[in-house]
Design a protein around this ligand. Structure first.
Ligand SMILES: [Zn+2]
Length: 93
């Protein structure tokens, strides 16, 4: 690799030229990390999906031979939906 400033042959891994001190790479300016803003609709959709799933499981548990696990799952899903909505409301402020 050749120094871009003085043309001296330098090691390929060199960050700066040993002769003139010129850097071999352009300064990398990293943009400030942009916080990935989650779409508010996304969590809302997820909560709606959980509620629907809970309703479905609740319905299915009526006809199931052993409704216990289904009802438990439905309850957990409904709780998760509530938590999701609460977290969403809290974060908005
Ligand atoms: Zn140089």
């Amino acid at each position: 690799m050749q120094c871009r400033s003085c043309g001296t042959e330098i090691a390929g891994k060199a960050i700066v030229c040993y002769r003139c001190g010129a850097s071999t790479t352009d300064p990398v300016r990293r943009p400030a990390p942009v916080r990935a803003r989650r779409s508010p609709l996304l969590s809302l959709a997820a909560a709606a999906l959980l509620v629907l799933l809970a309703l479905y499981l609740g319905q299915a548990s009526r006809t199931a031979a052993d409704p216990g696990p289904l009802q438990l799952t439905a309850g957990v899903l409904a709780a998760a939906a509530v938590v999701l909505l609460v977290v969403r409301m809290v974060r908005r402020r």
